[in-house]
Ligand binder design. Structure first.
Ligand SMILES: [Zn+2]
Length: 104
């Protein structure tokens, strides 16, 4: 498979990130998200864009050597339950559920 990296303008890249985002939110390229693949935090700026034999553009995780793609990304490192971001996330979810129960 041919894999050729392409250079996009910031606006185009952000649009692509938003389009392919699954568990992640990208308001700007400065936003940071986490990759399950390399377990690192990376910014939208560091994401690589490439093209293969087809017409589509593909996204690849920022840290060198990682070929993580949008399905591997999340807004917090959920695989590490002791990470402060994960604990904050779990707490927010638990509180939202609590509130939901209170309404019933
Ligand atoms: Zn990665």
């Amino acid at each position: 498979m041919r894999k050729q990296f392409v250079q996009l303008t910031n606006a185009e890249k952000l649009r692509l990130l938003k389009k392919h985002a699954l568990g992640t939110v990208w308001k700007s390229l400065k936003d940071k998200n986490w990759c399950l693949h390399c377990q690192k935090q990376f910014s939208g700026h560091s994401v690589r864009v490439y093209q293969d034999d087809g017409p589509g553009l593909w996204l690849e995780c920022g840290p060198l050597g990682c070929d993580g793609s949008p399905v591997d990304w999340a807004d917090h490192p959920w695989w590490d339950e002791n990470h402060p971001l994960t604990q904050a996330h779990d707490k927010a979810v638990a509180e939202a559920e609590e509130e939901e129960r209170g309404k019933m």
